[in-house]
Ligand binder design. Structure first.
Ligand code: ADP
Ligand code: F6P
Length: 321
């Protein structure tokens, strides 16, 4: 029996471009004569039976909007068997044959559990600013987040240079230094601290002091939130160098805003590819783009943390400082 109706949901931390993905799923699926419903607030909406009908028209004008029209949530209840059973009840009640789930690592694990333990046909799209999902070069929202953070860092550089200060800028990335590395390279930062690599604060402080003696007047240290808190780093640097150090925590600005062209195009390609996979009966898969080609792997392969290759980039930052 083929698929007649699919459900789409966004889950976990949002990212710009999720709306473009929803639009693509809905329009590509209706083009393939499938019925489409949206589930509000991720897995919470499956548990609470918050299901809405989606048509070609429902997704008009959203391709350029940040956030997600379906809302998103973190849902601790779904971790328990009882939560998943209630979700399955909603899926059956609405005759949903398959789900397209747009989210990060956690959402992928939820989909894997639905597929393997409850036989729910699922395909996932990578929607997270962290770009830490396997088998895809990029995730929806990561390019926008990097560009947003970079714009802020450029502005910080202006005041940092003018007032001859040291700045510690904290960017998002609880377990992953992707954004930090990207903006450190793109913003010409002097140091980058990421969860994947040990750092030596004393060495950084010595470099700052030596630089100061040479007449280097500004210094930007990017820190991923998962590596350390910016305040702690700034206090330590002031203690070790006796130089004024300021802090900027960029926070959730990185998650919103108009999606970049790259995120919209990625989201649009992946949305259609997800529907294609479901039509081919390829369930329990994660879809991504590798070397510009659509790539599908098993969900459990995709949610293993992607290795962030940073050594060359860190070396480059050091050389160019
Ligand atoms: P993200 O998808 O952005 O990584 P989370 O880690 O918060 O965000 O995961 C989103 C939701 O996915 C969680 O709130 C939870 O409902 C579900 N989830 C996460 N991990 C698991 C798991 N191991 N098993 C089942 N569901 C999970
Ligand atoms: O979605 C990923 C992410 O933005 C991480 O980089 C960050 O640590 C986390 O989500 C923040 O989550 P919340 O908005 O729930 O505090």
């Amino acid at each position: 029996m083929g698929i007649k109706k699919i459900g789409v949901l966004t889950s976990g931390g949002d990212g710009s471009g999720m709306n473009a993905a929803i639009r693509s799923v809905v329009r590509y699926a209706t083009h393939q004569k499938l019925g489409v419903v949206g589930i509000m607030r991720g897995y919470q909406g499956l548990i609470d039976d918050e299901v809405i009908e989606l048509t070609h028209r429902s997704v008009s004008g959203i391709i350029s909007k940040g956030g997600t029209i379906l809302k998103t949530a973190r849902c601790p209840e779904f971790l328990k068997d009882e939560g998943k059973e209630r979700a399955v009840k909603t899926i059956k009640k609405h005759n949903i044959d398959a789900l397209v789930i747009i989210g990060g690592n956690g959402s992928y694990q939820g989909a894997h559990a639905l597929f393997t333990k409850h036989g729910v046909a699922c395909v996932c799209l990578p929607g997270t600013i962290d770009n830490d999902i396997g088998a895809t070069d990029a995730t929806i929202g990561s390019d926008t987040a990097v560009n947003t953070a970079l714009e802020a860092i450029d502005k910080i550089r202006d005041t940092c240079t003018s007032m001859e200060r040291i700045f510690v800028v904290e960017v998002m990335g609880r377990d992953c230094g992707f954004i930090a590395i990207q903006v450190a390279i793109g913003g010409g930062a002097e140091n980058v601290l990421i969860p994947e690599k040990k750092f030596d604060i004393k060495e950084i402080a010595e470099n700052i002091t030596e630089g100061n003696i040479r007449g280097k007047i500004s210094w930007i240290i990017i820190v991923a939130e998962g590596a350390a808190r910016a305040d702690d780093i700034a206090n330590k640097i002031t203690e070790l160098t006796n130089l004024e150090t300021r802090v900027a925590v960029l926070g959730h600005v990185q998650r919103g805003g108009i999606p970049t062209a790259k995120d919209r195009i990625l989201a649009t390609r992946l949305g259609a590819a997800a529907v294609d996979l479901l039509l081919k009966g390829q369930f329990g898969k994660a879809v991504g783009v590798l070397n510009d080609e659509i790539n599908a792997v098993s969900l459990d392969v995709a949610f293993k943390k992607k290795e962030l290759k940073v050594d060359n980039l860190c070396q480059l930052i050091k050389i160019l400082t």
